[in-house]
Design a binder for this molecule. Structure first.
Ligand code: FIX
Ligand code: ZN
Length: 422
């Protein structure tokens, strides 16, 4: 049995870091995956992988296909068009296309031009629950945190009817339709039996709180969440600003739930690309500074979309211990930028942050997104331990295991009242 207390030499440090990253099951704190009970809301299989909005955006860079024409195709026709353009006519060298190749490789499926038909046959033969367990095992994930919208016309009826819980899937109460597009969705809240109005006046705030409390009881969320534009300001006397201050923050405090803020998206800059049409903008993070300072008994998870905002987020986290930076979100979830972000976070925050989330929309994506993170993080952690040794403090296997557990499990478990996975 290896001695966990022995000081490690540089070579042992690297192998120990790789072992700890491989053997520690991670908690994936933000995904768009669903537990099996949600049926077809949960996406999986090769056609869903190929029609991922990241790949659709890349497809339109290469293809002369008229965008509107593409949307008239069936799912499998879309998948074939994308396979042909990005994986046959061109080299799948981008992060997202490499991801599909890595998934096929993980299932020992062919990855050359002819791979699509065999992949389709393979996925067709999979039994959902068993396949899901195998995928989580392959990705080294024990726990999935979903994204659940109480106003989504497909999802909310499932919750209202009552849905079985799953010990590996945790819910999140997503608030974008309430805080960002109230004008389009207040009537859906009325339809669920709450007396709110278009201006969120009168009883609307107390009714909104009642709405959140009822959904929290129903979903047992591990946090509430909202993605926000680069123009987001706080405090602000906008309708969204008022609902955040008077309904969401008090309800989070009452329930002891953190609020996750994902800041910096510019929605629909090219609406013709639908989900693939969003972009990024640099935000003024004074909004986050004001929230953390003025609401010390609220806890905030934060992820920022702009590369230029990453350093500021690290500095703010040094000022406010009710702020937990997490993940390299969306357009910064590329190995070269993940490396940059993770290095500065370790230098400025030690292990008091959550390095990554997958943001997976299709089940098998967790395989390559977490393989990429383990591959990127291993040399960064090893180098920091080597520097610590050179500076005069030796490192043990126990140190490394404690830190990896903290980064990918206990930070999340303590912040989100997640029951440790048995
Ligand atoms: O707001 C979000 O949760 C984003 O992650 C998504 O809206 C986005 O479409 C996505 O899939 C990013 O990876
Ligand atoms: Zn997301």
């Amino acid at each position: 049995m290896s001695n966990n207390g022995a000081l490690l030499n540089p070579l042992q440090i690297s192998s120990t870091v790789r072992e700890a990253l491989t053997s520690t099951p991670f908690i994936d704190i933000h995904t768009h995956l669903f537990a099996p009970a949600f049926g077809s809301l949960g996406l999986w299989g090769i056609d869903e992988l190929l029609t991922y909005h990241y790949l659709e955006a890349e497809f339109f860079r290469y293809s002369n296909t008229i965008v509107e024409g593409y949307w008239t195709l069936s799912k499998s026709e879309k998948a074939e068009a994308i396979w042909h353009t990005l994986f046959v006519e061109n080299t799948p060298i981008s992060e997202a296309t490499r991801g599909v190749i890595a998934i096929l490789q993980a299932f020992q499926l062919p990855t050359d031009h002819s791979a699509l038909s065999e992949a389709r046959a393979f996925f067709k033969n999979q039994k959902r629950e068993a396949h899901m367990q195998r995928v989580l095992q392959m990705a080294g994930i024990s726990t999935i945190v979903m994204t659940n919208d109480p106003l989504d016309p497909e999802e909310s009826p499932l919750w209202l009817k009552g849905i079985a819980s799953h010990n590996q899937f945790h819910a999140v109460l997503r608030l974008d339709r309430i805080l960002c597009t109230w004008h389009d969705h207040w009537q859906a809240i009325v339809a669920q039996g709450y007396a709110v109005d278009a201006q969120a006046s009168g009883k609307s705030v107390s009714e909104a709180r009642r709405f959140l409390m009822d959904w929290a009881k129903r979903m047992q969320p591990v946090y509430m969440a909202c993605s926000l534009p680069d123009t987001f300001e706080f405090p602000s006397d906008t309708l969204g600003g008022r609902l955040l201050q008077e309904a969401v923050l008090p309800t989070c405090r009452e329930l002891g739930l953190p609020l996750s803020l994902m800041i910096g998206v510019r929605k629909h800059v090219n609406p013709r690309l639908r989900l693939g049409g969003d972009a990024v903008g640099r935000a003024n993070l004074c909004c986050l500074e004001n929230l953390c300072r003025d609401f010390p008994s609220n806890r905030f998870l934060a992820s920022v979309l702009s590369r230029e905002n990453q350093h500021e987020l690290c500095v703010l986290a040094r000022k406010f211990n009710n702020l937990m930076p997490f993940g390299c979100w969306w357009f910064v979830n590329n190995p070269s930028i993940v490396e940059e972000i993770t290095r500065e976070r370790i230098e400025m925050l030690g292990t008091s942050f959550i390095p990554q989330h997958s943001d997976a929309r299709v089940l098998e994506q967790v395989i390559y997104k977490w393989a990429n993170m383990r591959r990127t993080l291993a040399p960064i952690l090893s180098e920091n331990y080597r520097l610590l040794s050179e500076d005069g403090r030796g490192v043990t296997r126990a140190d490394i295991q404690r830190d990896v557990t903290r980064l990918f499990r206990s930070n999340a478990e303590s912040w989100m009242n997640l029951r440790p996975h048995t």
